[in-house]
Write a protein that binds this ligand. Sequence first.
Ligand SMILES: Cc1cc2nc3c(=O)[nH]c(=O)nc-3n(C[C@H](O)[C@H](O)[C@H](O)COP(=O)(O)OP(=O)(O)OC[C@H]3O[C@@H](n4cnc5c(N)ncnc54)[C@H](O)[C@@H]3O)c2cc1C
Length: 594
Amino acid sequence: MATFKAPVDDIKYLINEFLDTSELNGNPMFDDMTPDLTDAIFEEAGKITETLLFPLNRSGDEQGCSIDNGKVTTPDGFKEAYQEMSEAGWGNLTCKTEHGGQGLPHYIANAVDEMMISSNMSFSIYMGLTIGAYNAVEKFATDELKQKFLLNMVSGKWSGTMCLTEPHCGTDLGLIRTKALPLEDGSYDITGSKIFISAGEHDLTENILHLVLARTPDAPDGIKGISLFIVPKINIDSEGSLAEANHVSCSGIEHKMGIKASSTCSIEFENSNGYLVGELNKGMKAMFIMMNSARIHVGIQGLALAHTSYCGAVVYAKERLQGRALTGIKHPDKVADPLIVHPNVRRMLITMKAYTEGARALSTWLSFKLDVSYQSNNPQQRQQADELVSLLTPVFKSFLTDIGETVTSMGIQVYGGHGYIRENGMEQYLRDARICRIYEGTNGIQALDLVGRKLPAHMGRYLRHFFHPLSAFLEQHAEDKKMSAYIQPLAKSFTRLQNATLFIAQRGLANPDEAGAAASDYLKMFGLVAMAYIWSKMVAQILHDKGDMPDSFYDAKLKTGLFFMQRLLPETGSLLSNIMSGSDNIMSLGENQF
Ligand SMILES: Cc1cc2nc3c(=O)[nH]c(=O)nc-3n(C[C@H](O)[C@H](O)[C@H](O)COP(=O)(O)OP(=O)(O)OC[C@H]3O[C@@H](n4cnc5c(N)ncnc54)[C@H](O)[C@@H]3O)c2cc1C
């Protein structure tokens, strides 16, 4: 039996006790976020995800989406759940109140998102994409377009998509062929084929608004000639009501490994009416501006599935009776001891716990920095936060989605053969988690973004926003004996990260393949150090505020954090060796030798 318990207690701890929100003191949006209010939000979110969305997770996976004559049907129960979630406002938490949204900060909304994804990732994608499209229109479209589209997006009446990928181009969007011909009335005639479009067609809403990347006739070649358009599936008349269909069709849906209840569609635009969003030829710029929050969202998908898998694994390890504890019988009243007595099973469980709780803390902290980058009244603080978030976004996206795969795979291992078969639901989490490493820029591309763009940005200025506070933290706790088991490994791994950074900066300049060959190991090292920093911050605060409280929630944090420092963080050593070995061992084999 699959099990899901929303991590409400951990989220409340992170928001109410761990997170330092002083950077936004005095900002009305944040001053309203009292524990009474946010606790109520998290408890309600916990309830609705456990009782409404999770029960549809397995059936949605079994049934999947179907297509008949261009019409896509989502699994049973999705339509009703979508209605209920939209009416309750769960789909528009960060949307502005003037458009009917809740106007909540990201550090609150992302915690709710985690619960939605954990309980039913496929379902969450329909709502998440509408937010992505809302952000694009809200930030870049004209007032006229905003008036036309935003209210119905925020209410959940109309949904959104992101149409980038074409059959011949995924990573390399400079190759896009979809055409946009200017019309006399200022709109555009859009023609082209897009593939792999999540929520491209479905039965949940009465209209779908496609955000489409396309090229105008005299646009420059490559990435600099791409513009962004909004193309409704059904046209909207001057009164704001649905009018005639807009020649947008779904020619097929993909049969895929996971997220089977999320429709992945081929969409054909045939002389469809579209409207320019933002400036001509600046479509990629608009996309880049939205990427921080979109990629953080995908990182949260990795965390969320790790959590669900952990929930199942813990329950099973306490129930399943196999063998006896190495140190002697623990449950003489039973025919055998439960799995959880075995050190190797515990090793897996605590690895899952350490990664998941570390990822959640990192997510809370980074989501708050995202809020500071948008909302601070202090321009310098805004810029610093923006640069820190830009630096950490590729790390967060890749590291957490890698964790998603590692942890969901471990969840299966805890169940043994009972995890591999479908009946217990554990294998679905691994299948669902796998896509997170691919879409929204593959993890390999994130690593290149980190070493190629983020490290050298402004002569290492982005990097200093992370390195300097980390150095200060190490200095602050250097003499703190209680912290030494945490601080020493953190300091050691941080030195490794600094050495790797120097190595890549020097070698990569002379030969870009050196940077390319080191990139993925470097990103993982960065992720481990960032997570170790966050674990250490939690531990320092607990030791300071609570002292030792045996057998408590806080005691579990101290022990889990220590496991992370002693058993997971040391991987930075082997990652540094990989990086220092250079690129020859990867590049010297000729193409014909593969
Ligand atoms: C289920 C699903 C949902 C999706 N949803 C959407 C959506 O809603 N909207 C949308 O537009 N797209 C969507 N996509 C597409 C997705 O974003 C792309 O699949 C992804 O960007 C990778 O592109 P690709 O598949 O063409 O792989 P390719 O670009 O062909 O890459 C193949 C491999 O080569 C590597 N690679 C490519 N170029 C380089 C390079 N320059 N340097 C180093 N390595 C490189 C990649 O990292 C990857 O490992 C979805 C895909 C799937 C499967």
